[in-house]
Each structure stands twice: as C-alpha cells, then as structure tokens.
Design a protein around this ligand. Structure first.
Ligand code: SAM
Length: 329
C-alpha cells in the first residue's frame, strides 16, 4: 500500500518509538555505567523541528502511534512545546511516553491538557534502598509521588520493572500486590544486553521463571487478553484493580507481531532494538534530502527488517552493544 510500511514478513509497522535525548538523570545499572557516560553533543541531536518533520513523514507512511522516549525525555529543555507540536499531526492517533518519573506536577497538568493519556514509568523496586542501588539515585519518593499523581489525574499508567536475580526479586510480589489497590499495569521485563558496559549475563529470571514464581504465590492468577501487538503476556489476580504482565524482552517470543520502528535521538533508524542502525535520517536530512528521498530511505530500511531479534542481533555481532539510553528505550 502507498501509505503503509509493511515488511517482507507482512508485518505492518505503525508504531514509532522516538527518542528525544540520550541523556538521563538516573544511572540504572541495566542501562548505563555509573560514571563515564559519553553523551552526544547537542548538535548531534535531532532538533525539535527535525523530529517533528520526520514524525510527519512517518505519519504519512501510516504510523498512528508514537512513543516519546530517551534517555529521559523530561531532561530535554522544551519538551512540553514539542508535545504540543506533535499534537498537530491529525493522523497520529496516540502519543504516549516513557519516563523515569521525573515529571513535575505542572507538566502532568499540561500533558493532561494535551490529551496524552498513557504513560509508562520505569520503577524496578518498591524498596527505597533497592531503588537507590538500581538507579544510583535517591529519588524513590519523587518517582512514587509522580505515579500517584498521574493516577489521580486519570492517566493510564504502566510500570516497567526490569528483573534481575541479584537485585529485585524481593520486589516482585509487592509489585503484584500493588495492583490490588491501584489500577496500574505492572510489567516485568527480562533484562536485555544494553547496559553500555559490554558485559552481560543471560537472565536466569526469564519469563518462564517469572511466571512460575508469581503463580506459586498467587495460585488464583488469571490470564487476560493481550493487545494485538502486545509485547507483554498479561495476567490479573481476581478482584485486583490492576493487572501485570511479563515481557520476554530477551527471549524475544513476540517478534512475529512486531509493529515497531525506532528513531534514535541522533537519527539512527532501527527496525529492531537488537540490530544495527539501518540508516541515519539526520545525516540524510542535513545533507538536503527531500521528502521523497527520505521516504525511499525509510521504505528500504523496512524492507530489510529481520524476521526476529535473534536474526537482527546476528547482524550486530561484531559491534559492542550500546546503552539503551543511546538506542532509545
Ligand atoms: N528514561 C525513561 C525511563 O526510564 O523509562 C525512558 C528511557 S528507558 C531507556 C526506557 C525503558 O527501557 C525503561 O523502561 C527501562 O527500564 C528499559 N530498559 C533500559 N535498559 C534496559 C535493559 N538493559 N533491559 C531491559 N529494559 C531496559
């Protein structure tokens, strides 16, 4: 179809993950080293005008949903004006965002005003000390307050919790219990090899282990319907307000229904998190390419999308894995 992005396996890519910065005010161990992060220079980042222009092209190509991510989107100056701009793309049905909870009350009000309803917040522990060990920042209270404010203001909030056998197993059951009283969707993620250090161990707490552990504590666990392109396999404890899900982010069992394409803050276009960038739209744009050439470039990238994250990773085997903050989570 003229205005759709369909890959050679028949998957329609209509969901853009757009990173607006590689910088972050947290230092989560699974995402980046504690010190020595080499953040890119400002001029290497796509400007808001460029981000908006490229978004417009993706929308013309059938993208209907966008997730703003990073780095931490709320550390980039002018982010609220950018959201306002994005709102003007008529065919963009959904604008969502992922944050570590560094959103002020004023910004929450503005997001509400803009009609942004769905927000994912990263939270890997309900225990303050473990939160600190994971994020290397003493910010639990602020993040939890942000979550409660979002709920109070009627946002649909998902919590992303990366599970590690040495770090936060003690938080898993409390997270499920949290869904008793709050209409949250907690999602437990397998850790992926994007911590920017070059070191990684295959997660023992994979999706199967996670399910068994939770089911052994909650025998009444019920499977609920997953969304069409959902990466999480979702459950609920009967009578609880919220739900929870497990995301096999490392096991990659969901690639068959993948509808995502990613643009990093420096313009790298990826059709899979595990694969190398297929092209750099910033460079092409700054070299003076017109809309038609950019569309051709995007279509060519989509045509090469690999069957799954394992195949994509094979193309990337010689390059050290980058920080998720740079890739755009
Ligand atoms: N700063 C925002 C945040 O903290 O949510 C957005 C960017 S962050 C890179 C996006 C998501 O990627 C977060 O939910 C985070 O937990 C997840 N993430 C980062 N590194 C990961 C890794 N190595 N494995 C699994 N998930 C990871």
């Amino acid at each position: 179809m003229e205005n759709e992005l369909i890959d050679r396996y028949g998957r329609k890519l209509d969901y853009l993950r757009l990173s607006v910065t590689d910088r972050c005010n947290f230092r989560c161990y699974y995402c980046m080293p504690e010190e020595g992060m080499d953040f890119v220079q400002r001029k290497a980042l796509l400007t808001y005008e460029e981000l908006d222009y490229l978004t417009g092209i993706f929308v013309k190509l059938g993208v209907t949903k966008i997730r703003i991510t990073g780095g931490e989107p709320f550390v980039r100056k002018g982010i609220m004006d950018f959201f306002t701009k994005l709102r003007q793309h008529q065919d963009l049905r959904e604008i969502t965002l992922t944050s570590n909870g560094s959103i002020s009350e004023d910004q929450i009000q503005q997001l509400k005003h803009l009609g942004i309803k769905k927000i994912n917040i990263s939270l890997d522990a309900l225990d303050k000390q473990r939160f600190f060990e994971i994020t290397r920042r003493d910010k639990f209270d602020e993040v939890f307050h942000c979550i409660l404010t979002l709920l109070k203001q009627g946002f649909y909030v998902k919590l992303n919790c990366v599970v590690d056998g040495n770090k936060n197993i003690a938080d898993i059951i409390p997270f499920v219990q949290l869904t008793a009283d709050y209409p949250l969707a907690v999602r437990f993620l397998e850790e992926m090899p994007f911590n920017g250090t070059g070191k990684f161990e295959i997660p023992e707490w994979n999706h199967l282990a996670l399910y068994d552990y939770i089911a052994s504590h909650f025998p009444e666990i019920q499977k609920i319907q997953d969304g069409k392109n959902s990466t999480s396999v979702n459950y609920q404890i009967p009578g609880y307000q919220g739900t929870f899900g497990i995301i096999p982010a490392f096991s990659r069992t969901f690639c068959g229904t993948c509808n995502r394409i990613r643009l990093s803050a420096t313009g790298e276009l990826r059709t899979c998190l595990y694969g190398p960038p297929v092209t750099n739209l910033r460079d092409i744009l700054r070299a003076g390419a017109n809309e038609e050439s950019i569309i051709t470039e995007i279509r060519n990238a989509v045509a090469k999308k690999e069957k799954d994250g394992f195949k994509a990773e094979e193309l990337n085997s010689k390059t050290p894995k980058k920080s998720m903050s740079f890739l755009g989570g």
